[in-house]
Write a protein that binds this ligand. Structure first.
Ligand code: KIV
Length: 275
């Protein structure tokens, strides 16, 4: 939990995040996809709520993030924003909504902010083309978070969920991409599935905060997917994940108990009945 209130006295801002990095305060980030959980996450002191396109797997039951649409993201981001008063809300731009042309990317990112009420968007990759798009978005007043390392929208070209940056060439590429995103005006970068020493180097090198997932303990912050860390997504057990609860087991037990109570007539009773 963030120990200090955001400087603005209202919600967490980009300036707050920069100051947190400067004073060594780690940034706590979680995903959320609906109003109910967003309220809980917001009041727990989380600095950034990411409406991730992991929505595809953990909410919509898809195999990857590739099938998630811009309208899906806006629909869920609106619900999240209704439940949030303190955390910064960042929304993923889904597959093919920012890669085809800069103009379309800026328009789509603007739609996300206008229609949901979120503060910023996140996009994947660090090529010169993507950095150019980031620059145009920032110029238009749209804060952008980058995402490097394993980039889930490229799962098919990367050949699955693999750790990136294991050899010299890809390490150098990640360093170049991170610098490029920073120079383009990104306010933060998610580093997913990369070796801990590389994440530490990048975090030390960059002025902007890095947010790790599967990137070791030396990033400026950490993000997890909410259903994974609450134990609601029980089949997903990567090495980097710590489950902070086993809500899946608890929910299943409660549901079985409810079925039994209805079937054996022990619920509802007179105490649940209006006279
Ligand atoms: O979609 C998502 O939830 C993400 C996080 C894994 C960083 O991008």
């Amino acid at each position: 939990m963030s120990a200090q209130s955001p400087a603005s006295g209202k919600g967490v801002t980009i300036l707050d995040l920069r100051e947190m990095k400067a004073r060594g305060e780690r940034i706590a980030v979680l995903t959320a996809y609906d109003w109910l959980f967003a309220r809980l996450v917001d009041t727990s002191g989380i600095d950034i709520i990411l409406v991730g396109d992991s929505l595809g797997q953990v909410v919509l039951g898809l195999d990857s993030t590739v099938g998630v649409t811009l309208n899906d993201m806006i629909h869920h981001a609106r619900a999240v924003c209704r439940g949030v008063s303190r955390s910064m809300v960042v929304v993923d731009l889904p597959f093919l909504t920012y890669q085809l042309s800069t103009e379309e990317a800026v328009r789509n990112a603007g739609r996300v902010l206008q229609e949901s009420g979120a503060t910023a968007v996140k996009l994947e990759g660090g090529s010169t083309r993507i950095a150019g798009t980031v620059e145009r978005m920032v110029e238009a007043g749209i804060p952008v978070m980058g995402h490097l390392g394993f980039t889930p929208q490229s799962v098919h070209t990367l050949g699955g969920n693999r750790v990136q940056g294991r050899d010299d060439e890809s390490r150098q590429r990640l360093r170049d991409e991170a610098r490029r995103l920073q120079d383009a005006g990104a306010f933060s970068i998610v580093l997913e599935l990369i070796p801990g020493d590389l994440a530490a180097d990048l975090s030390a090198d960059l002025r902007i905060p890095t947010i790790g997932i599967g990137a070791g303990p030396h990033c400026d912050g950490q993000v997890l997917v909410l259903p994974d860390m609450l134990g609601l997504n029980r089949e997903f057990n990567p090495r980097f994940l710590r489950r902070f609860a086993e809500l899946g087991d608890q929910a299943e037990a409660a549901l079985r108990e409810y079925v039994s109570a209805v079937k054996d007539g022990s619920y509802p009773t007179a105490e649940h009945t209006f006279s």
